[in-house]
Structure formats: C-alpha cells, structure tokens
Design a protein around this ligand. Sequence first.
Ligand code: URA
Length: 241
Amino acid sequence: MILLPERLDHLLSRLGYCSRSEVRHWIREGRVTAEEGPVRPATRVHPEGVRIDGQPLDHPGPIYLVYYKEAGTVCAQGDPRSIYHDFPPRWSCRRPALSSVGRLDRDTSGILLLTDDGDWLHRWIHPRHQTPRQYRVHLAEPLVENAGVVLSSGNLQLEGDSKPCRPAGFLRCSDTEILLTLQEGRYHEVRRMMAALGNHVVALHRERFGPYGLKGLMPGEWRLLSLEEAGKEQECSGLPM
Ligand code: URA
C-alpha cells in the first residue's frame, strides 16, 4: 500500500505519538526527521520516510490483525480486563481507533479481528456477507436428538428477536460438545440458541471467523495480517488527510 504524503502534525497525532501542538517541540528537540529534509509541523511528508528518535513510524498504514481473546476479558475499552491492554499503549491514542470486528462475551474465548479500517470492519460484520463464524460449544446437558434439524431449519425464533436465526451448521462431537457455524452475529446468540433447546453453555470458544483461524496463537496473543491476507493488496491509495 502506498501512503500519500500527509502533514507531519496530522500524521504524528493520528498515529498517537503526540498532540498536533507538541509536534513543534519534538522538531525543535531534533527528535523528528523526514526524507523531505528539515521539516515544520505543516510540511507534507511521506510517512515511510519519517523517523522519530531514529525509528520508523509504528504502522503508518492501516492495521489488520487476528487476536486470541482469553475467557474473562472484555471487548470494551476502559475496563481493567479490556482486551486493549494486550496492544501497544500508543495504539489507544491512534485515530481512527483500533476496534474489534464485532464482540465476544466476557466468558467466550477465541478469535477476534481488529482493525482501524472502517470499510474492512463493515465488510466482515455486514449481514449481507453472511460471514461464517465457527464456535466450539461445551454444554451442561446432552443435546436433544433433533437439535441439528432445529438449528439448520432457519426457523429458530429467539425471545425478543424480530426474525428467526439464520440456518446454522452443526456437527456433534460428543453428547455435550458441538461445532456450530453461524452466519450472523447477534447478541449472545449461541448461548440463547442453546437455552432455546433447553440446554446451557458451560464453555464457548470461537475457532474461526470467515477465512481466519488462530493457528500459532496463544490466549492474549495476536498477529498482524499482511495486506494480502486482509484482501487489501490491490489497494494503493493512501489515507485521508
Ligand atoms: N454467541 C454468544 O452467545 N456469545 C459470544 O460471545 C458469541 C456468540
């Protein structure tokens, strides 16, 4: 991805380095260099050529990543158990902010995508795309015999919802363990589906989201996606200025 030239003060503040007004001090202190030569806050610079204290900028382009959420953590910002504590502190000051693609409940573990690219985020959560999400579900009781028929019917109506659930893929691993594939992401959907079948979820783990899985990651770990993996390799436009 080719990043377009951008005002230095805008660039450093949107990446969370410092406020726009602090940029002047950073320049005066000799902390900032650019391939364009001596700079002022308003100088348009190529992000890849900027150095802070001799170091290249931390992800001047958009961020796409796969994260392994641990059970007991939350997707909201500002909570002591927030997943955002697992990312570099500077990222919490980036604009646009890093956001998760949908959410998982506190007690759910597994895959989450995170990005600061709003188009990419919407591409995955928009109902039109019916992105498959695969869950491993551990249940308190053996699942009823006809569960597969009910789950795949597209007729399962959850209390308080205006439409029935979309047909779900279902694989029985044991009496109390199933693999469930949903094509939508409603609030507490898996737990409510199992409750509608008279059961109770004791552990819930999301193994896959669209084409992405958790291979090589431990709870709390993340890995950046390449532009190719994110399906962004064709784009050569920069970020808005
Ligand atoms: N369904 C749930 O019930 N919880 C989640 O976290 C995700 C899907």
